[in-house]
Design a protein around this ligand. Structure first.
Ligand SMILES: NC(=O)c1ccc[n+]([C@@H]2O[C@H](COP(=O)([O-])OP(=O)(O)OC[C@H]3O[C@@H](n4cnc5c(N)ncnc54)[C@H](OP(=O)(O)O)[C@@H]3O)[C@@H](O)[C@H]2O)c1
Length: 362
């Protein structure tokens, strides 16, 4: 079989790592980079003379009419990225994307389009970096009836909160540290406020429970106000503070409970031990009980692993169909319900939520 020809959209953090994996000494067999689209392709091409034989362009149309088999979308943002993915599928190409925003908003429609076109849309990189949670939920645990997902899904917020705990620094200092290590954007508000985790959790609700959920359906409390005093208070209780994404599904009543919030978790639990830009998830099924996954949740190289894995899946079986999501809208979506704010948990000296949630995860 001829190698899979790949065109990349967006030569930034993730795109650069993908290109390295495709072109350097540990290049992956059967995958060949043929094109790069980027708005600054002219400048970047000059800075990367070693990428000979690659067609650089600033015009998306060049990619659509090219002989690429697969388009890797690593530009980010909702629009125009969503339209590029649609157009690539319509042009007969499979698509691998790292874009949680597009999948959270348009994934259902785009997966249906891909199946109609006889092409694949894969998005392991959109959630959890190298942590293979999309496959775990959609494939590995497809034989169970999943009832709950609790997860750390935002590496930036985790890096900030765990740094405050480890070095007893302020949130501002922890944000500066995360920025200097490349874990945080200039403006980390979307991460701290929970918007990034809500988009990822919405996708997981579709994969795990078959529910149509938009990110704004999910209740959120911001982690931006967590202070060093809060972190110290949690520490005195044997706890530490983490931003958790929580979703549970009661299929009998078609009720989804979903939220993203800072939570005081026992220091020795799976989540308490998850530090820096790591992610972790505890997935509960009616038959298998709890399954934990954790690992590098962000960063170009980690995210490129997920992209390459998706490319290899396409290369292994080019005719495979990624099943479209058969989603229903839940009758009821609950937010926090009776779940207390993390400050109340700490001052009450008991993490009722954490105890029941994490006893199994210690
Ligand atoms: N970074 C991570 O750790 C990580 C982890 C998981 C998933 N992701 C996802 O991966 C995607 C890419 O993230 P990233 O961190 O690699 O972003 P990034 O560093 O900003 O790279 C995006 C690249 O695409 C280019 N681009 C953006 N909009 C464009 C447009 N309209 N036309 C042409 N080129 C455009 C950018 O050009 P400029 O340089 O001119 O802006 C940049 O080169 C996002 O969906 C993100 O959520 C990232």
């Amino acid at each position: 079989m001829s190698p899979l020809r790949i065109a990349l959209l967006g030569f930034g953090t993730v795109g650069t790592s993908v290109v390295h994996r495709l072109t350097r000494t540990d290049a992956v067999r059967d995958l060949v980079l043929t094109g790069i689209f980027d708005r600054r392709a002219d400048v970047k091409r000059l800075a990367h003379p070693a990428l000979r034989g690659v067609a650089w362009t600033t015009r998306i149309e060049d990619v659509l009419v090219s002989d690429a088999d697969v388009v890797v979308e690593a530009a980010g943002g909702l629009d125009p990225a969503s339209g590029w993915i649609r157009d690539a599928l319509l042009a007969g190409k499979s698509v691998v994307t790292a874009n949680k925003q597009v999948i959270a908003r348009d994934g259902e429609h785009l997966l249906r389009l891909a199946a109609r076109q006889g092409r694949q849309l894969r998005f392991e990189a959109a959630i959890g970096g190298a942590m293979p949670i999309v496959r775990a939920v959609a494939d590995g645990l497809a034989g169970d009836r999943l009832t709950r997902i609790v997860a750390i899904l935002n590496g930036t917020t985790n890096a900030v909160l765990s740094r405050m705990d480890a070095t007893r620094c302020s949130m501002d200092a922890a944000i500066r540290d995360a920025q200097s290590r490349g874990y945080a954007e200039q403006d980390p508000r979307l991460d701290l406020d929970g918007d990034d985790a809500r988009a990822k959790l919405a996708i997981l609700c579709g994969l795990a429970f078959g529910l149509r959920v938009t990110p704004t359906d999910i209740a959120a409390r911001s982690a931006a106000s967590v202070s060093l005093a809060d972190v110290e208070g949690a520490r005195r209780q044997g706890a530490t503070i983490r931003q958790l994404a929580y979703a549970s599904h009661d299929a009998d009543t078609s009720t989804l409970t979903a939220w993203v919030s800072p939570v005081a978790v026992p220091r020795h639990s799976l989540f308490g031990r998850t530090t820096g830009p790591q992610n972790a998830a505890l997935i509960t099924g009616a038959h298998a009980g709890d399954i934990g996954v954790s690992g590098a949740g962000a960063g170009g190289d980690a995210t490129a692993v997920a992209v390459i894995s998706d490319l290899l899946a396409v290369a292994r079986d080019r005719a495979a169909v990624v099943p479209p999501l058969a989603l229903t809208t839940p009758k009821c979506i609950r937010g926090f319900g009776g779940i207390a704010d993390f400050r109340v948990q700490i001052s009450d000296c008991g993490f009722q939520i954490s105890d029941s949630l994490f006893a199994e995860a210690v």
